[in-house]
Write a protein that binds this ligand. Structure first.
Ligand code: P1T
Length: 381
């Protein structure tokens, strides 16, 4: 099946043997009757597996072109599970520009468990060689990065990880499987904050992993069950419903982001616009090669880089809502320096471009002219 069909039917072949319900039922149960000890219908206890969650895990595996999906109670719980594949003294090389919460989990929790992290810019994959040694177990790539919208060449990094027999994990939250499929480009695990575009309606918090490596899947499933940060059946149902319109939403998110990036680049109060669809974006060529379109996330900074101007702009927005998160049907605006990336020390943040006037937009699927008018009005602070 092609992607648009997979979004609706992928992994859903044997749904509801009981009554033939077209939509997967919400199995709101913690446990399952057994006829005799160990004799059951495939489900024993909902931390280990639940039919609604299994339906979602299969759908995710299908759209990411993998074989095994795993769903967690948040994106960070999914990342936490991946990190538990490691042991003290193992080393991870990660993109230096990444979601602040991921940075915090690496640098404040797993660092204390003896895992060493190197945060490096990966626009030139060859520089990775400097950091790889016998302890290197994993390369962590976020692309597009949050919030600077850098694009990392997944295929080029995969060539390096395959040569050195280390795992490549890609956080595909900003792009989604509709725009880019990291497993096809050589990644070993693809991770999502399903809270965002997969759910698509800002009504759940969830994380997911997909792999096509059976051994990795078994280890991750063991960790998922042993650590227990699973997603519940109601949220699994909502995410399944979200995925069914993922392709339509991503098309409109991308179209609207194009209109907004085009408006922002010519605005006299705007300094820099970060959207990979702009031909002026330094990684535009890689984005064109590895993504179907350029997505709905746009960041920009203001001329003069004044914090008060950024605050005035954010307070004047009416259609965009000032809020954390992204990827819902509604447009959101955020201030990375004080919100999503506040956990990164200021000097580190500013080196990456996360300056005081940086604004991050999650462009929704409203009418683009209303969105542009809202930004135009708010920029008149
Ligand atoms: O929030 P949670 O579902 O736990 O996912 C964490 C996460 C992981 N990776 C990326 C790229 C993310 O953007 C996030 C969460 N990000 C936000 C809440 C945000 O506003 O950027």
């Amino acid at each position: 099946m092609k992607f648009n069909s997979k979004a609706i039917h992928g992994g859903q072949e044997d749904i509801d043997p009981a009554y033939g319900a077209v939509m997967p039922p919400i199995y709101q149960t913690s446990t399952y009757a057994q006829a005799s000890p160990g004799q059951h219908k495939g489900f024993e206890y909902s931390r280990s597996a639940n039919p609604t969650r299994t339906a979602l895990e299969k759908a995710l595996a299908s759209i990411e072109n993998g074989t095994h999906g795993l769903v967690f109670s948040s994106g960070l719980a999914a990342i936490d599970a991946i990190m538990k594949l490691l042991k003290p003294e193992d080393e991870v090389i990660s993109t230096n520009d990444l979601y602040g919460g991921t940075y915090r989990l690496f640098n404040s929790i797993f660092k204390d468990f003896g895992i060493k992290f190197h945060f490096v810019g990966m626009s030139n994959p060859e520089t990775l060689a400097t950091y790889i040694n016998k302890n290197t177990q994993m390369i962590w790539v976020e692309t597009p990065t949050n919030p600077m919208m850098n694009i990392i060449d997944i295929k080029a990094i995969a060539e390096i990880t395959q040569k050195h027999h280390i795992n490549l994990v890609v956080d595909n939250t900003f792009a989604t499987a509709y725009l880019q499929q990291p497993l096809n480009l050589g990644a070993d695990i693809v991770m999502h904050s399903a809270t965002k575009y997969l759910g698509g309606h800002s009504d759940l918090v969830m994380g997911s992993l997909v792999t096509k490596d059976k051994q990795l899947a078994e280890k991750l499933h063991f960790i998922q069950n042993a650590s227990g940060a699973i997603a519940g059946p109601m949220d699994s149902f909502l995410a399944l419903r979200g995925i069914k319109t993922l392709h339509l939403r991503m098309q409109r998110h991308s179209e609207n982001a194009k209109a907004i990036a085009g408006f922002l680049v010519q605005h006299p109060s705007v300094n820099q616009v970060y959207w990979p669809g702009l031909t002026s974006h330094p990684n535009h060529d890689i984005a064109k090669r590895q993504m179907k379109d350029f997505g709905g996330m746009v960041s920009f900074s203001l001329k003069g880089d004044n914090l008060n101007d950024a605050i005035k702009f954010l307070e004047r927005l009416k259609v965009f809502t000032l809020a954390e998160s992204l990827g819902g049907v509604e447009s959101l605006a955020g201030h990375p320096a004080s919100m999503t990336h506040a956990s990164i020390p200021k000097p580190e943040r500013e080196k990456l471009g996360i300056v005081d006037s940086l604004i991050r937009l999650s462009v929704g699927i409203e009418d683009d002219t209303d969105l542009v008018a809202d930004l135009d009005h708010a920029l008149n602070f």
